[in-house]
Design a protein. Structure first.
Length: 224
């Protein structure tokens, strides 16, 4: 056998080994790269479709809604498909999917989606509050008008009655007893000083007549 033939055989063997190794690596890696975690969320359900995860039963899937389990952790082989009903809700829900692959953490999946509110389940809007009517404040005791108190200068009803008492008191009756000075009064009620007044008037008249007579006499003497 020539040297050229031996060299060719060695090269062919080397290429075959390399090709076999590459094919083995490709076959072993093919299932890992084929992991397909598909899922969707609507207002009332969650759809799961996990494919090509290999034949290991250590693959797990978990679904939670607002932190509560909707699908407790469950093991599966290669494929997993399921639909989960969501509870009725009047506000949006946070739905979380956690998938752990048996062939490595790099193929794990942790994702969160939002479930909208279904029509007709919306939370009713509370009616607008109307402001309370303004109440008129009641006057405080200090604001009330003080009661009128009787003034010291204003005569009371009892003090204003002397006139009535005077008018209703009996009239004075003339006494029939003699006056203290001993002079008796006439029934007509004339005073005892009447003669004195009359005498004084007579003196005045006489004096006046004398003065007039003297004046005439002086005038006659002056003319003669």
């Amino acid at each position: 056998m020539t040297q050229f033939s031996r060299s060719w055989r060695r090269r062919s063997a080397f290429i075959a080994v390399a090709a076999t190794g590459a094919l083995a690596v490709g076959l072993s890696a093919a299932p890992a790269f084929a992991h397909t975690p598909t899922w969707s969320v609507s207002c009332d359900e969650v759809s799961l479709n996990l494919t090509a995860y290999g034949n290991s039963d250590k693959n797990t899937v978990t679904v939670t809604v607002d932190g509560k389990d909707l699908l407790p952790t469950e093991n599966f082989r290669n494929n997993f498909s399921k639909k989960l009903d969501l509870p009725e809700h009047s506000s949006e829900l946070a739905v979380r999917l956690v998938v752990k692959a048996a062939d490595g953490e790099r193929f794990d999946k942790d994702e969160t989606k939002t479930a909208p509110v279904c029509p007709g389940q919306e939370k009713p809007t509370p009616p607008a509050e109307t402001p309370p009517a303004e109440e008129t404040p009641e006057p405080t005791p200090s604001e009330t008008a003080p009661e009128a108190t009787p003034s010291e200068d204003t005569p009371s009803a009892e003090e204003s009655t002397p006139a009535e008492e005077t008018s209703t008191s009996p009239a004075a009756v003339p006494s029939s007893q003699p006056s203290p000075n001993g002079d008796d009064l006439a029934e007509t009620g004339a005073s005892s000083s009447t003669p004195l007044i009359a005498g004084a008037a007579g003196v005045v008249l006489v004096a006046g007549a004398g003065i007039m007579w003297a004046s005439r006499k002086r005038r006659s003497a002056a003319q003669g």
